[in-house]
Design a protein around this ligand. Structure first.
Ligand code: SF4
Length: 375
């Protein structure tokens, strides 16, 4: 029993560490808690959507039918996974309420960060794996603007123009470069990212508008700089939305990663592959079933619990499962079985939709050319 108590304490310590990190980061980045928003969303009640900047303005623009924009980029180093799907499902929901959604696929980033062996390989992943899944999640043509960086060269013209408005001191102030830093990669990816985020505000897409960007805390400095660049270009500074991440199947302190297949369930995984990954997954439970019945588990750090919470259970069902786990009323074997059923059903349905989506890719790709005379 002493051993089991120690095991439980270690898992609770991971939970506390994660919660503390989130709280500190929200404060450090001067973001606002999502719970203060006037937005009736299960994602907020479940503490999946946790913080924001200017999302209240975005919601007001939606209400006033001003067609705000959302920009959510993907670095196509692998297919979409369940972590990405949490965010994109919410974007589909916001699109239904009137927002336009821009999805830049930065195969150049996959290449320069060595997450793909070539630009062409990352482009192929974007076309074969990523775009069909995005369409299958429910995005609508005419309101969804997807591009692949290396195919949409106009984005580089916009990046070039925007990069002229950023001084070295401003960048240094945000990132704190020292003699060991490699600012070259920042200037490259930072400028492209600013072009992605501000693309909806150029005249070809209707001019300045309220925009929001779902990001992780690590991206916050880039948003700060983009806000500066936006103002200097008479655009509206973009807001941001912070989601709690879905952890790796192998380590509760890391995110699911598209370039590490064992950490995540890809939306392209076969139901059997997904089952195998989930069976091997880390859990918040204890080694011995008997000890877990006596002491309970730690669902807050358990990918099996969180996958169900983020994708398949409503608020009440989530609370029920959480309580059952904490009270030792359910063990990991049964819980995994339930999660596997949900995921397999979701994947079978998603794969059918992907097949239809493959024929519609062209309807979602940006056709608008950017007029360089405006720069
Ligand atoms: Fe995770 Fe379920 Fe095990 Fe609890 S019972 S630790 S939620 S797998």
């Amino acid at each position: 029993m002493e051993e089991a108590k120690k095991e439980l304490k270690e898992k609770q310590a991971i939970k506390e560490k994660l919660e503390k990190n989130y709280k500190e980061k929200i404060k450090e980045c001067a973001l606002h808690s999502a719970s203060s928003l006037n937005y009736d969303s299960d994602l907020i009640k479940k503490e999946i959507l946790i913080a924001h900047n200017d999302f209240d303005k975005f919601l007001l623009a939606l209400k006033q039918n001003k067609k705000p924009a959302i920009v959510s980029g993907i670095n196509p180093s692998g297919p979409l996974h369940l972590g990405h799907a949490v965010i994109f499902k919410e974007l589909v929901n916001l699109q239904k309420q009137g927002a336009n959604v821009f999805i830049p696929l930065s195969n150049d980033e996959s290449y320069v960060t060595k997450k793909a062996s070539s630009l062409a390989e990352a482009k192929e992943i974007a076309i074969k794996d990523v775009i069909p899944s995005l369409i299958a999640l429910g995005f609508k043509p005419g309101k969804t603007y997807i591009h692949i960086d290396s195919d949409y060269l106009d984005i580089y013209n916009l990046a070039m123009h925007l990069s002229m408005k950023l001084t070295f001191n401003r960048v240094k102030g945000v990132f704190g470069f020292d003699e060991l830093s490699t600012p070259g990669s920042f200037f490259y990816m930072g400028a492209i990212q600013q072009a992605h985020i501000l693309l909806p505000q150029i005249k070809e897409f209707g001019g300045p508008k309220i925009t929001t960007v779902p990001v992780g805390f690590d991206q916050h400095p880039y948003i700060l700089l983009t806000r500066v660049v936006a103002e200097k270009n008479k655009m509206i500074p973009p807001g941001e939305l912070i989601f709690n991440f879905l952890p790796s199947l192998l380590n509760p302190l890391e995110k699911m990663s598209a370039s590490k297949p064992d950490t995540c369930i890809y939306l392209t995984d076969s139901p059997e592959e997904a089952e195998l990954k989930l069976k091997r997954s880390y859990t918040g439970g204890l080694k011995s079933g008997k000890d877990q019945q006596d002491l309970g588990g730690v669902p807050e750090i358990c990918p099996i619990f969180l996958i169900q919470k983020y994708h398949f259970l409503n608020l009440k069902e989530t609370e029920n499962l959480e309580n059952k786990c904490k009270n030792g009323k359910i063990l990991c074997g049964e819980c995994k079985k339930q999660c596997i059923e949900y995921v397999k059903k979701f994947l079978k349905d998603h794969h059918k939709k992907r097949e239809k989506a493959k024929k519609q890719i062209n309807k979602f790709l940006i056709k608008e050319r950017i007029d360089i005379k405006q720069f």
